[in-house]
Design a protein around this ligand. Structure first.
Ligand SMILES: *[C@@H]1O[C@H](CO)[C@@H](O)[C@H](O)[C@H]1NC(C)=O
Ligand SMILES: *[C@@H]1O[C@H](CO)[C@@H](O)[C@H](O)[C@H]1NC(C)=O
Length: 347
């Protein structure tokens, strides 16, 4: 394990003299399944396939209660974190039209996870944010979006093409580097895989644990989303309470799909999201809070940084990787497919 990645806090954050709190830790995959307790509770199957990490209370109809009391293991390295985190999956569409799911690869700054998601919680300094309450849930992104949200450099979702192993040495400042980050999938083969970053809102209405579209109870800061926006973001009057910034990083191992002879003859890129999106604009993330008691508030108040925090405990990936949830929707998640699971048109 190397900690070069810790240098990746944007220079601006350090220069402004904030003592940034930033948990960053790995969560292995608990399952790949076509269920979605946030957007389509109870539906078996849901519309599209997801890759899910976190606590084992995850199921199609998990209740909006304190799930830290329902789960008895987590695939994340903090023992106290029974939250669930999930995103859409990526598929490769070969020139002959067949599709194959692209596996996630381990983000090597966090250790021997089984694929999964690297999760961040950021605050501008001690005692500056209010941690989520039991039952809190939220969503970031728009599944049907196929055009830029026009936020320029302040993207709420972005992709980075890793130019070589160890991510081409470029793990810094997700979604804030217009030279390297795009709202769309990279247009050329990526020798080190593709990173997908999903940035959640940092402002809360202070009342509702959820909302009908899972978005309206939270808001991005007035100057737009960004990683580490907690540092300079002002919350709108409608959503005055600053919450920790949740941010996901997924790295897809596209390296087995880099043969240009298999790419579309018209020169376009071959990757699609499980929701049928060939652009990447529709990438999204789902969050169900599940930290035990006040453990997240404790971490945010005490300037914790990286994968450990005084007062909290961690487990190794040998143990985290054993926390799994049985796949409910039995369908082929690994072979070559004639169409996306759920029959989504690619458009
Ligand atoms: C999900 O889990 C809850 C309790 O954690 C249980 O009451 C419910 O029946 C489960 N639902 C499904 C679809 O498994
Ligand atoms: C389509 O192409 C892929 C990649 O070459 C191959 O593995 C797969 O078997 C092909 N599918 C069909 C139906 O020929």
């Amino acid at each position: 394990m190397f900690w070069l990645g810790l240098l990746s806090v944007p220079v601006a954050v350090q220069a402004q003299g904030f003592s940034t709190t930033m948990l960053r830790f790995g969560c292995s995959q608990i399952t790949i399944d076509r269920i979605d307790p946030l957007v389509e509770p109870g539906s078996i199957p849901s519309a599209h396939v997801h890759q899910i990490v976190g606590g084992n209370a995850f199921n199609a109809s998990m209740p909006s209660t304190d799930i830290s009391k329902l789960a008895d293991c987590t695939s994340c390295t903090f023992d106290q974190d029974m939250s669930n985190y999930w995103t859409a999956n990526l598929y490769f569409k070969a020139r002959n039209g067949s599709l194959k799911r692209v596996p996630q690869m381990v983000n090597d700054v966090i250790g021997a996870a089984n694929g999964g998601i690297t999760v961040y919680y950021t605050a501008p300094g001690p005692k500056t944010v209010t941690a989520f309450k039991p039952g809190f849930r939220m969503f970031s992104g728009e599944v049907s979006r196929r055009k830029s949200a026009g936020q320029g450099k302040r993207m709420q979702s972005c992709f980075r093409c890793y130019t070589g192993p160890n991510f081409g040495g470029n793990t810094n400042s997700p979604c804030m580097d217009p030279q390297r980050d795009t709202e769309t999938f990279p247009k050329t083969p990526c020798p080190g895989g593709i990173r997908s970053s999903v940035i959640f809102p940092i402002c809360w209405d202070g009342k509702n644990l959820d909302s009908p579209n899972h978005v309206d109870h939270v808001a991005h800061p007035t100057n737009g989303p960004a990683t580490f926006a907690v540092v300079d973001g002002k919350c709108p009057a409608s959503h005055p309470v600053k919450i920790p910034q949740v941010h996901y990083e997924v790295v897809w191992d596209t390296t087995k799909f880099n043969n240009k002879a298999e790419w579309p003859a018209d020169g376009s890129q071959p990757f699609v999201l499980s929701s049928g999106d060939p652009t990447g604009y529709g990438q999204h993330g789902d969050y169900v809070f599940g930290w035990k008691d006040d453990s997240l508030q404790h971490a945010m108040d005490n300037r914790c940084f990286g994968p450990s925090c005084q007062g909290l405990t961690t487990q190794g990936f040998d143990k985290a990787n054993k926390c799994v949830v049985k796949t409910v929707v039995r369908e082929d998640n690994d072979g070559w497919l004639a169409e996306l699971p759920g029959g989504h048109q690619i458009m």
